[in-house]
Design a protein around this ligand. Sequence first.
Ligand SMILES: *Cc1c(COP(=O)(O)O)cnc(C)c1O
Length: 404
Amino acid sequence: MLQRNPGFANLTAGYLFPEIARRKNEYAKSHPDAKIISLGVGNTTEPLTPHIAKAMSDYALALGTAQGYSGYGEDYGSSALRKKIAEEFYPGENIDPDEVFPSDGAKCDIARIQTLFGREVNVAVQDPSYPVYVDGSVISGAAGANSGTGYEGIVYMPCTAENDFFPDLSQVKKNSLIYFCSPNNPTGKASTKEELSRLVEFALKNECVIIFDAAYSEFISDPNLPKSIFQIEGAKRCAIEVQSLSKPAGFTGVRLGWSVVPKDLKFSGGASVNKDWKRLMTTLFNGVSNIAQQGALAALDEIGRREMRSVIEYYLENARIIEKTVRKWKNAEVFFTGNSPYLWIRFAGQKSWDIFDKILDECRVVITPGAGFGPAGESFVRINAFGHRADVEEACRRLEKFEI
Ligand SMILES: *Cc1c(COP(=O)(O)O)cnc(C)c1O
């Protein structure tokens, strides 16, 4: 028989979210009447706005007519959409539509980006971080073997309350791929301009490439905080940004994201990363659904932007409601910045999965154990603010009395 890709054998326990689902289902089986509320997996709950839904439904119906039908689209995505993204998301950054690549989502782009750099690349991740950076590196072979405390080919950069959730970069090797997420999932930290300048400076000096995950940029409410890495001087020479309409516009099921790969970004031999990315995207990816692209165009016009804003405000209000409740907890430290839909909570000396089980058992609320995001997430839990208001309020009533 064929040999198994060794990367799969190197993966540790299951992916975090399936494990959460497994525990939730097990609990539901033994407590059939329990009405479980999930504030765990970061999945959006509020409907698409009418403007976006109509744009997609009109387009889908037109596909059933001779005049409205279209097959494969333009090579790197609709040029109208690429232009719109450049204007709306990078107004002061001079991003050329040729540097914008619409895709089926940020997670998919993160996975594909690894192909650009091959398995020999060094990898650095924030710890804790979105599991895809590590697991994707493991599957691609870049992470190397698991030493028991982490992967040999990965440098974990602890982001803790003590360093205000911005990592010490000094351990990162030269020529590394640095995954960096701001506002951060799970910690909620939105890095400042000064911090991101330090990151860019480090990358330029040490010939690193930053994969900047900006999936939550629209949740930033403090106008002084950068929403894109390209707001930082020099970033076009050392960064790729991935973005998504999943969280701000509820496109988790529709699927639309994009990457920005600047023309100034070069491999060590001087070859253009943008050119290889174009080649990769046309070779291994056949474009985003045209219906989703139509939805994205609607999301980015004036009405769409306004409606998107109100959905984000709704989730942020959920977050503030949850914050009020959890601030009453004894023995817990709450980290909430107001710039992301996540609350990051520390129970010093406790194990994250124990807290997860206890909250599920006593409150019938599903949250996310911080340890699932990396070793530095131990003792923390993440609560997300995606949910219908009534469910969030009910969850808060139950959580109010929680004690450890
Ligand atoms: C949800 C999430 C994504 C996923 O985006 P998709 O566009 O739905 O693939 C990417 N990055 C982070 C940090 C996320 O939390």
